[in-house]
Design a protein. Structure first.
Length: 394
């Protein structure tokens, strides 16, 4: 298991990639790269560790090889800054050409980047991805429904890159939905959150466009994994990325196809190399060839350890709730609040005619009585920065 990855890590270690002050404390001996069993002895890297030290304490990249300094979005806490090297940009270009090329993006496309533009790397990565395939792009840094529709009316955007909830927001107003369908947009390339099949169906009908799910992390870039035209899992390039799927309790590898926590190790001389980076993202992994013909392995995103509710020993994730709500015609946001034994689901713009049916299905999902509260459209303020499940201490 992981023979290629371990050999690559041995070479990177000998080249001095892990000589930063941060990793010197973790790597007590080069022998940890002699086998996967020994590799398992390396302690995990956690987000909180990264927040406590500066970007340049985590890198050995000479200043002349630095492409830029970018940050996380601050989704789970304060922003963390990272060094991105010129080599990282080359590797990112290879990921983009592989992943976006597989869904038909070309230099003839025009990208629309619907994302706030600041130090956060994800909006920048969305711009880089269009440049990597030779396409132009236009920014919409305040991606309100009004601004997005104004942009696609005035500019012949063919591909939109953004979060699923952002591009869904045009559905609220019939004139916006009509303009979206009549626009030149033919593909939606979405990341930054999970994408259920029910939301995908709504978006494809609204925009009259193909909808693809992508996956990225601020600690690396986006996309680092993405769907092909089969839309069955997220392909990633395993010559650059080692992904362990581990049992969240035992911290040991699970069998292929089983769900566990994704732990990432990068396999090139990255500006900030990731070594056994524990994410709290629950995934499963398949290595069998995809129907598209690609031999790259596929990830299947399940949810976050920090964003679920335990019910009779089983986990309920936001995607489980979203599938019910969107299948019943929800076009807005939602939030689940647990207060002791009481669970209330707040939704926007859910028709009164389906509320009884929705409540019945939610009760079956949570195996208890569930309250349903319909609130004013665009009032929940998800913004991609909060958990959709809120657990209050009773």
């Amino acid at each position: 298991m992981y023979e290629y990855e371990i050999r690559t890590l041995q070479s990177l270690y000998e080249e001095g990639v892990f000589k930063s002050s941060f990793y010197k404390k973790k790597l007590y001996s080069k022998e940890v790269f002699l086998s996967y069993d020994q590799f398992l002895e390396i302690s995990f890297t956690y987000k909180e560790e990264l927040r406590k030290i500066s970007a340049f304490e985590r890198t050995t990249t000479p200043m002349q090889d630095v492409f830029g300094i970018f940050s996380s979005t601050g989704t789970t806490g304060e922003k963390t800054f990272y060094v991105y090297s010129k080599k990282d940009k080359l590797v990112h270009k290879e990921f983009v050409q592989e992943l976006l090329g597989a869904i038909g993006l070309t230099a003839n496309d025009l990208g629309g980047v619907m994302a706030p533009l600041d130090t956060g790397v994800m909006a920048h990565a969305m711009m880089w991805q269009f440049s990597a395939i030779g396409a132009g792009f236009v920014n919409c840094p305040i991606p309100s429904p009004e601004n997005m529709i104004e942009l696609v009316k005035k500019v012949p955007v063919t591909v939109i890159s953004t979060r699923p909830d952002i591009v869904t927001s045009v559905v609220y107003q019939p004139e916006f939905a009509k303009a979206a369908k009549e626009s030149s947009v033919k593909k939606l390339v979405l990341g930054g959150d999970f994408l259920t099949e029910e939301r995908r169906t709504l978006l494809e009908q609204t925009w009259d466009a193909e909808c693809y799910n992508m996956f990225g992390m601020s600690e690396m870039f986006g996309p680092m994994a993405g769907e092909c035209k089969k839309k069955n899992g997220l392909h990633y390039i395993n010559k650059y990325l080692m992904i362990e799927i581990l049992d969240p309790k035992t911290k040991q590898p699970v069998r292929e196809g089983q769900i566990g926590v994704a732990v990432y190790t990068t396999l090139w001389d990255k500006g900030f190399p990731l070594l056994r980076y524990w994410t709290d993202d629950l995934m499963r992994l398949e290595t069998a060839p995809c129907g598209c013909g690609s031999k790259n392995p596929r990830l299947f995103y399940i949810g976050r350890l920090s964003d679920h509710i335990r019910v009779n020993g089983a986990s309920v994730f936001p995607s489980d709730v979203e599938s019910i709500l969107f299948a019943e015609g929800l076009i807005g946001e939602y939030k689940v609040v647990q207060n002791g034994e009481d669970i209330t689901v707040f939704t926007e713009a859910l028709a009164e005619s389906v509320q009884a049916s929705v409540c019945e299905k939610l009760c079956a999902l949570f195996k208890r009585q569930v309250g349903l509260s319909v609130v004013t459209p665009r009032s929940l303020g998800y913004l991609g920065t909060k958990n959709r499940f809120e657990i209050k201490l009773s």
